[in-house]
Design a protein around this ligand. Structure first.
Ligand code: LMR
Length: 328
């Protein structure tokens, strides 16, 4: 007699969460490239906390800082193909895909953080978010870091000081043109390689915000910094569209509300963080810090003016018009 085994397979308990009015728990991976103690690092942490509170833990934002999951050169493709659900790249990094955003990279395009906020809350911001037209990508907000400063192995005071120096930039046509106009040779490299390259001397200079220069200890491998506030650095917060569409209406509302709160919070806080980073670097006294004078600023502006003419057509008339209204 053949002895057979008989299995009794228990049917799993199933219920339809939608029908029951319950949300399924969702994990959203948020990858970024900077340190945790920076405007972006803190904004992501704040956003994660707010989402947890607003969804009673049913949506978890799992944070991967310092390029531990993806670096700046491959995070966008990872987002689009669903290998990560959220990222917040610098606007500069996306400006070739969405040329309207080149406006944010133009040297001295904005005087201060208030002007940027006004731009983003008005028609200009609307136009910029409409330009994010890639498949499977949804733009949620612009988070501030702040204004960029120049660092190098030698002083950068006059416009002639840039001649022949090799500068690291983010991959942005405007930033490329900016350094070309100053007679430097710009090249794009990953942010997380920057310290090593400056240390090795293959790259002589770079531009970044005070919080990035401080948190990545770039002041240890650069001898001079000019506080020039010549360009803006902010982040476009993006979510994978398929992920977004699978969220329930309640979850989407919670994320939107957490995003609005975080955006307002980081606007207040980013400037303080950059100011604190400057104070810390002054204290450490390992980099010479030069505060740009008004006269020097006018000379840099004059030298960099052709960049504006080079890009105004590609940026497009509607964005240029709105920007001119703002700065008028
Ligand atoms: C850089 O690549 O220089 C920075 O923009 C990195 C960042 O995301 O702040």
């Amino acid at each position: 007699v053949a002895i057979g085994f008989s299995f009794s397979v228990e049917e799993p308990v199933r219920y339809d969460a939608e029908q029951e009015g319950l949300d399924q728990k969702v994990v959203i991976r948020f990858s970024h490239v900077v340190a945790e103690n920076t405007p972006k690092g803190l904004a992501v942490a704040k956003f994660a906390q707010l989402v947890r509170e607003k969804t009673d833990g049913m949506v978890e934002i799992r944070v991967y800082p310092n390029a531990t999951l993806f670096d700046d050169e491959n995070e966008f493709n990872a987002l689009q193909s669903g290998k990560v659900e959220m990222i917040a790249p610098a606007t500069s990094r996306l400006s070739s895909r969405y040329p309207a955003w080149m406006i944010m990279d133009l040297p001295y395009a904005f005087e201060n953080e208030r002007e940027v906020s006004k731009a983003m809350d008005g028609r200009l911001g609307q136009l910029l978010f409409e330009a994010i037209n890639d498949e499977n990508v949804k733009g949620l907000a612009l988070w501030d870091n702040g204004f960029k400063q120049m660092t190098a192995g030698c002083p950068l005071v006059s416009v002639n000081d840039f001649r022949g120096l090799h500068f690291r930039i983010m991959p942005s046509p405007v930033l490329h043109a900016q350094f070309k106009t100053l007679g430097a040779s710009p090249e794009s490299y990953s942010f997380n390689d920057l310290y090593r390259q400056l240390e090795g001397g293959s790259v002589q200079g770079q531009e970044n915000t005070l919080s990035n220069i401080y948190s990545k200890r770039l002041y240890q491998v650069q001898r001079y910094m000019t506080v020039s506030n010549h360009g803006y650095l902010g982040y476009i917060v993006l979510i994978n569209k398929t992920t977004w569409d699978t969220l329930s209406g309640t979850q989407q509302k919670a994320i939107e509300s957490a995003m609005t709160e975080t955006t307002a919070w980081i606007r207040q806080y980013a400037k303080q963080m950059n100011d604190r980073a400057l104070a810390e670097m002054k204290e450490k006294n390992s980099i010479h810090i030069h505060m740009q004078t008004n006269e020097e600023k006018e000379a840099w502006k004059k030298q960099l003016n052709p960049v504006y003419y080079q890009f105004k057509d590609v940026i497009g008339e509607p964005v240029i018009t709105e920007w001119k209204k703002l700065i008028a």
